[in-house]
Design a protein around this ligand. Structure first.
Ligand code: NCD
Length: 314
């Protein structure tokens, strides 16, 4: 079981055993959500979004509400004391006097860690710039585990903006801890996987290939993870316009894929998956969004010290 009062900043903060415990709890909640509807009665969560979000904010807020807890926070930092010049360290200290748990999204890399060092309650990183997005990774793990029934022995293709895609950095570093995983990185040269991620794979001797060709990579993938070109992280709008439609997944391209391959996408989608693909049984990205709420329920309960082994919910 996880220790109480821990934060989640990076997927590496949980051991593989702890990840499996979280997935198990999420699966229990998924099967019998009503059993957990009062698990967080009387608890208060702050959701502080210094950067726009729909899915992540809604799924956290929905998760806490479905556990019987309450949520306060903001989605627009211009309405807060940050606009008056308050430091993040002070905001962390203050907000953590009011609530039991903080969910933070911020455009600057490293902010979640900094915030957690000053807060007196657990902090969950809901995305720090182009760096990490651990709860999307938990979502991805639950989706893969549910459809493939394993988190080992997988060939995973990641396609699109591998440079700025924080969900991709988190997923690859996290999956590198499971047995017999290999990766295919599909991107134009300008959007290649950063070396801080490939260095980890090199150190561990985990196989990966890099290519710019989606069709020819498809045939032996178990998972295809599509991603949006991250417009907000580009310095040049012209460069974004040139690269934004470089990959568009269509039914035609899927002819090369295995019948049991699954297609993931953290969403929002722009053009990278044609809507015709939504009807393909391999397209699981909308279910993935739903799984995101259940794994966040499991995470909130765990960080608030809920212990299934001794609880009336077990
Ligand atoms: C992702 C993110 O915010 O990084 N979205 C999400 O959390 N579901 C992916 C993206 O914005 O492209």
């Amino acid at each position: 079981m996880l220790k109480k009062r821990r934060s989640l900043i990076d997927p590496g903060d949980f051991t593989v055993d702890e990840l499996y415990s979280l997935l198990k709890l999420a699966d229990n909640i998924l099967k019998q959500p009503e059993k957990y509807s009062h698990a967080c009665d009387g608890k208060l969560m702050a959701s502080l979004f210094y950067e726009p979000s729909t899915r992540t904010k809604f799924s956290f807020d929905a998760a806490m509400n479905r556990l019987g807890g309450r949520v306060l926070g903001f989605a627009d930092p211009s309405t807060t004391s940050a606009a008056k010049g308050e430091t993040l360290a002070d905001s962390a200290k203050i907000v953590s006097q009011y609530v039991d748990l903080i969910v933070l999204r911020h455009p600057k890399e490293g902010t979640a860690l900094h915030f957690s060092r000053h807060a007196d309650c657990p902090v969950i990183n809901a995305g720090d710039g182009g760096h990490q997005h651990p709860t999307q990774t938990l979502t991805d793990l639950l989706t893969i585990k549910s459809y493939k029934n394993r988190l080992t022995d997988l060939k995973i293709g990641l396609c699109g903006d591998l440079k700025f895609g924080r969900t991709i950095h988190s997923l690859v570093t996290c999956m590198s801890r499971f047995e017999n995983i290999s990766f295919v990185f599909i991107s134009p040269d300008e959007l290649k996987m950063p070396s801080y991620v490939t260095d980890i794979l090199d150190e561990k001797g985990i196989p990966y290939t890099e290519t710019d060709d989606l069709e020819s990579s498809m045939a032996d993938l178990d998972v295809l993870y599509m991603s949006r070109v991250q417009r907000e992280r580009f310095v040049s709008e012209e460069e974004y316009e040139r690269l934004k439609d470089v990959y568009i997944l269509t039914n035609e391209k899927l002819k090369y894929a295995k019948d049991d391959m699954i297609i993931l996408h953290p969403l929002p989608r722009v053009n990278e998956i044609s809507p015709e693909v939504d009807k393909d049984p391999r397209a699981v990205y909308f279910h993935q969004a739903r799984y995101g709420m259940f794994i966040r329920m499991a995470l909130i309960m765990t960080l608030l010290g809920f212990n299934e082994e001794v609880s009336p919910y077990a």
